[in-house]
Design a protein around this ligand. Sequence first.
Ligand code: NAI
Ligand code: MG
Length: 410
Amino acid sequence: MAKYTVVTMPGDGIGNQVLPQALRVLEAVGFDAEYIHANIGWDCWCREGNALPQRTIDLLAKHRLGLFGAITSKPKKQAEAELGPELRGKGYSYFSPIVTMRQKFNLDTCIRPCISFPGNPLNFVRKNRDGGFEEPFVNVVVFRQNTEGLYAGVEWSNPPEKVRAALATHPKFKPFAGVAGTDLAVSVRIITRPAARKICKAAFEWADKHGYKSVTICEKPNVLRETSGMMEDEARAVSKGYPGIALWSTNIDAQTMWLTKNPEDYGVVVASNLFGDVISDAFAGLIGGLGFAASANIGDEVAVFEPTHGSAPKYAELDPPIVNPIAMLLSAVMMLEHIGEIEKGRLIRNAIAAVVKEGKVRTYDMMRLPGGPKALAAGAASTIEMTDAILAKLELAPQLALAGTQREFA
Ligand code: NAI
Ligand code: MG
């Protein structure tokens, strides 16, 4: 019997192209696992009225470890239009399966590392005063509260009378009181103190374990006084237990502006759900973008690892596939690190670093080519060729081992 069982959920579009590449690499490092395929995504919605079927939930509950590709989601009206005709009018409403999964299993800690690979032509460069350029080494890990905030799902168009009445008890609701229900949409931002404390604690723990000098709480407490205020209070309280780590506080809007000014100054960043989503994408843009952005969704029992990118439908049908598998491979590395298979994770990370540094094999995004079938003819590597190149470096791993091209992560 295999040591681990991993529930694999390729999902939609390019999720089906990148996830199998992760399995090739995991196999190559001798990861002893059985993989169980599970359905998720748009087809499930169209055919079953549920993008996250119960059988997938059951598999995750049982095996506790998931690798996820990407899903397609579409706006409300389109979702209704694409629902199977026999299911229409029966009260089905679309909700993102990945958001549902995070809430269902309380995967409340989302970790999104944004760490430069030396030699990546997509790395952020900064102009110097003398007209030259420098490439700051970005080494940021974003901790995003993953279950609450504006993504809690408590929202209405045309809110029920009871909700309007409750809102009307707040003096600031006065300007909206006369708005017709059909013209009114409300999404509630909910923060609970235990969840705020937990994500801040996780951020400081990571900083402590991995030698980061600062944790930045990235919110907007001057305006969102209650919710961001609570996040900031908790960050401050937690920071008292880590005297060696500085607590910095930035506002989300200003942080996105400062990002390109001094990205090398930041270490661990912690934020509520939407702000964490935003700021992790923003930092990911400095280290190569969606082809390099991996993430972990971690709960007390279940953990699911996924690239940050979506299903990129316009590339989903290309054969051979052209998208960059590295974000998916790095997500698999995060899975290995999470379960303590540190050495295997390190081998894969170093092989990726070696391929990026060498610069001979690059997917279209790394060459700044337009995506599409012509990308390969223009010299870009396919998804499979990129994985092949990484596998080839794995074979050389004993010699290469820990060449130190990328800072050790685990
Ligand atoms: P996307 O991430 O799917 O793609 C945006 C663009 O980024 C692509 O057109 C492509 O140019 C580039 N890109 C993405 N992944 C890449 C990779 N591995 N290598 C190279 N380039 C890559 O986001 P988009 O187009 O906004 O959304 C498409 C669908 O994906 C939507 O239905 C959206 O709802 C869904 N989505 C799902 C996510 C998830 O499953 N976690 C996250 C984001 C979007
Ligand atoms: Mg996002």
